[in-house]
Write a protein that binds this ligand. Structure first.
Ligand SMILES: *[C@@H]1O[C@H](CO)[C@@H](O)[C@H](O)[C@H]1NC(C)=O
Length: 303
């Protein structure tokens, strides 16, 4: 019984559904009928002119509409394709850089191989090393490892500034990298590549930083830009002059490099040392909290 009722109901629904027409553009035919009888007198000519001419025009309009709609199917299709292409290109702009073989862990790696600036005097420090990048696509925070050599061992624990500069152009040594990469037009030290000061120990910088503002993805990607190691300490915008809010008065550009994509090999080779220190740091924090708790407990027991 129910099976028989269902198709019937569907039929009824379908019959109630309005036909997809474009008749909205034309007057209903019953309005045409009485006026076609009245084309006899000159007065009626007025009516002809007033009512029938527009009717004819609207009929013509209808005919052209029908033709246009039939052709329109292809133009509609074209415009849909156009929209699809636009969306695709937008989407592709936001995609991460594609490698031939995607890393299974969803991380992207980059490196920057530091070379002394060719604009330096022969007696200047020859700073080398590399800066390694790791970031999980798409919302992971950038992690960076700095391994820089060539500072004088006698100046133990002097601070040196490291920043990301706008261009990856080393044609004129580190001078052609322009100023700090500053996509948001803010003052130093709020640029995404303002890594700040690095302690040198026995002529080396060994440092891992995480949760950084700079990114390898999207419109503000630092890929293809440069890293510059400076001779002096960064005043972090507190120098009281224009240069301070632009570059932190960090002095000469000792070494620079261009940031480029790489495999995870180097990061995996280098990072274990730093992971340990990170673990140590977090375990120290836990121990510190435990220490405080046990001190409180001890105090409570004594009281
Ligand atoms: C620099 O300081 C570190 C300790 O912070 C020490 O281990 C190292 O031997 C010092 N290097 C020189 C060259 O004095």
């Amino acid at each position: 019984m129910r099976k028989a009722v269902r198709p019937l109901k569907r039929e009824m629904r379908q019959s109630r559904r309005p036909e997809r027409t474009i008749s909205g553009c034309v007057r209903p035919p019953e309005e045409l009928e009485p006026r076609s009888e009245a084309i006899r007198t000159s007065v009626d000519m007025f009516h002809v002119f007033m009512f029938h001419v527009p009717s004819v025009f609207s009929l013509l309009f209808l005919v052209f509409r029908v033709i246009a709609v039939e052709e329109g199917n292809s133009t509609e299709c074209d415009s849909l394709k156009e929209i699809q292409n636009k969306v695709t290109s937008l989407w592709e702009n936001w995609m991460p850089p594609q490698s031939s073989k995607a890393d299974s862990d969803g991380n992207y790696y980059a490196t920057c191989e530091l070379r002394p600036s060719k604009k330096l005097d022969a007696n200047e420090l020859a700073v080398t090393g590399h800066v390694l990048f790791k970031q999980n696509y798409p919302i992971g925070k950038l992690e960076v490892i700095f391994e820089v050599d060539g500072f004088p061992t006698e100046d133990n624990h002097t601070l040196r500034a490291i920043h990301i500069h706008e261009f990856g152009d080393l044609s004129d040594g580190c001078d052609s990298t322009a100023g700090h990469y500053n996509p948001f037009g803010v003052h130093h030290p709020r640029h995404p590549g303002d890594f700040g000061n690095f302690d040198t120990s026995s002529g080396k910088i060994r440092k891992r930083k995480g949760n950084l503002q700079a990114t390898l993805f999207g419109p503000y990607s630092v890929l293809g830009r440069s890293i510059v190691v400076h001779k002096y300490e960064d005043d972090l915008g507190k120098g009281g002059n224009q240069a301070s809010i632009e570059n932190g008065n960090a002095g000469k550009r000792l070494a620079c490099c261009v940031i480029g994509l790489c495999s995870k090999t180097m990061w995996e080779k280098v990072s274990p040392v730093y992971s340990e220190t990170k673990l140590e740091r977090s375990s120290r924090r836990v121990k510190g909290i435990e220490g405080k708790i046990s001190k409180k407990r001890g105090a409570a027991l004594r009281n």
